[in-house]
Design a protein around this ligand. Structure first.
Ligand code: NAD
Length: 506
């Protein structure tokens, strides 16, 4: 009998009684390794009720006590990250060092969150009007919902959870049903760090669980990361239910290569950013805009590097870690393959073809080989839509302006990069491009924890980005207080008298 991965409610794993499950695969072998519980309404209600009790307790904890839990969580995560990386690889498929990389980027946000007292301490204006002080309090929202995608089962939850908890909220996390185990490891680590039961809850499930969070009057905010159509649905539905919402969506990231760029640097960057995590990153580069005459030389360099990539089981094969693992499911692999068919039918040249790729000894795994396309028409769906696989498309352009126009005409605005040795061109690009995160000779410009992560256009619905100052603003509600204390020693019985005019400061 396969194992069932269930919820974390009231500080422990709770067996599900919903009778609904979904399979969890090892993408490298194609084997079903577990079933994940899919919550029903009773379980959704139990999770939210527990989180409410957790909030009532936790929001009364002093800053010092909250901070000590944050520090302890950071130490546990840092000491035992290898365990967590193995869990990520077993269900997601990415290579171990990449799994470790996402944990470290998540850990950066935990470290930022340990400094929360400074970031939520509010403000005080003494004597704003004569004898009147004005000050601001930043208070937690209450129970907050986090809904995460399959491609970063640790990093994306950690973009939100440590900041939400530090600020005094209780979190209900609905992880992706495709790789649900990392969330339970994180829950145990919070408990070991001393977090009271109910402050961090894991609700496993599908659309039913998501809708339960969106519609619950107890849940005050939703932080979502996933594909654009679902992000838009989340934004609209959560807003309609009166919630604060940030919904990060999909991407189609372009790398603009100017003719003066160092082509070896560009080729390395394109391969790393195009094929790392098998292209299943929202910050992956999927289009290289080559400003002529560099395309032929660049394509030759990228193709040569692809020939050197090792593809296999992310957990290691014959004692060696490959460069790239499988895709998440067979269905997704077939979808990626379909996009290469579309590109070819629309007139693209398939320079390196990853279709039908298999790994010896892992014939049932969900592998797809690194693919390089040239002359991709910008009208093709392979160009306009997110593929989310190891497919790099080259589009040849005549000038910087033509490249910029293409980037700015797309529906996404998550990440982009320019490769050049011309500082003036780079500066112009950062000013003119309609994208939220920009790399200058950096292919995957994921901001550090103390800046904030988020795209423009259909890559982010809502006003708040993830983590950084945006994160603390999102997970707190501000109160402005105007206070006057009459000092009997100086004012005697002068109370100001009757005045029906609008209060003025003096
Ligand atoms: P997805 O949209 O399919 O799922 C995301 C979450 O939404 C999951 O928890 C899932 O259970 C839930 N969900 C799925 N369908 C739903 C529905 N109909 N109603 C309500 N909830 C639903 O995304 P995915 O395939 O898990 O992740 C890949 C996508 O996420 C890509 O598009 C990628 O670009 C995007 N992504 C974006 C960012 C970013 O920061 N912008 C980061 C990571 C991933």
């Amino acid at each position: 009998m396969t194992r069932t991965i269930s919820h974390w409610i009231d500080g422990a794993e709770r067996p599900s009684t919903s009778g609904r499950t979904a399979p969890v695969y090892d993408p490298a072998t194609g084997a079903v390794t577990a079933q994940v519980a899919l919550a029903d309404q009773a379980e959704i209600d139990a999770a939210i009720a527990s989180a409410k009790r957790g909030f009532d307790l936790w929001s009364g904890f002093s800053i010092a006590r909250r901070q000590s839990v944050l520090f302890a969580f950071r130490e546990i995560l840092n000491a035992r990250k290898g365990e967590l990386a193995a869990i990520v690889t077993a269900e997601h498929g990415k290579v171990l060092s990449d799994a470790l990389g996402e944990i470290l980027r998540g850990q950066e946000v935990v470290e930022l969150a340990t400094g929360f007292p400074h970031l939520i301490k509010g403000a005080y204006s003494e004597n704003a009007s004569t004898g009147v002080d004005v000050y601001a309090l930043k208070q937690p929202l209450g129970v907050v919902g986090v809904i995460s995608p399959f491609n970063f089962p640790v990093m994306v939850p950690l973009w939100f959870v440590p900041i939400a908890i530090a600020a005094g909220n209780a979190v209900v996390l609905k992880p992706s049903e495709k790789d649900p185990s990392a969330a339970l490891w994180i829950a145990q680590a919070w408990k070991d760090a001393g977090l009271p039961d109910g402050v961090f809850t894991v609700l496993q499930g599908d659309k039913l669980a998501v809708d339960g969070l969106l519609e619950s009057p107890v849940v005050q905010s939703i932080s979502f990361v996933g594909s654009t159509p679902i992000a838009q649905y989340i934004y609209e539905t959560a807003s309609r239910h009166g919630k604060r919402v940030q919904a990060l969506g999909g991407a189609k990231n372009h790398m603009l290569v100017l003719p003066d760029a160092d082509l070896d640097l560009v080729a390395d960057a394109a391969v790393n950013a195009g094929y790392g995590a098998a292209g299943e990153r929202c910050m992956a580069i999927s289009v290289v805009l080559a400003v002529e005459p560099v395309a032929d030389a660049l394509i030759a360099k990228v193709a040569e590097r692809i020939g050197r990539l090792k593809i296999g089981n992310g957990a290691g094969q014959n004692g060696v870690e490959p460069d790239m693992g499988p895709l998440i499911t067979a269905v997704h692999r077939d979808k990626v393959s379909g996009y290469v068919d579309i590109a070819e039918a629309d007139g693209a040249t398939v320079v390196v073809d990853g279709r039908g790729f298999t790994v010896a000894g892992h014939e049932e795994g969900f592998f797809f080989g690194p693919t390089l396309l040239d002359h991709v028409p910008t009208t093709s769906r392979a160009y306009t839509e997110e593929i989310f696989g190891p497919v790099l498309s080259v589009v040849r352009v005549a000038s910087y302006d033509e490249g910029l126009d293409l980037i700015n005409s797309g529906e996404f605005g998550n990440g982009t990069a320019i490769f050049t040795n011309d500082g003036g061109a780079a500066r112009r690009f950062q000013n003119e491009v309609q994208v939220g995160m920009i790399g200058i000779n950096v292919p995957i410009p994921v901001p550090v924890a103390y800046h904030s992560f988020g795209g423009w256009k259909k890559s982010l619905f809502g006003d708040a980005k993830a983590y950084g100052i945006h994160g603390f603003d999102f997970f707190t509600r501000e109160k402005a207080i105007t206070a006057r204390w009459i000092d009997p020693a100086t004012r005697g019985d002068d109370h100001g008298g009757i005045n029906l005019g609008f209060p003025q400061n003096n």
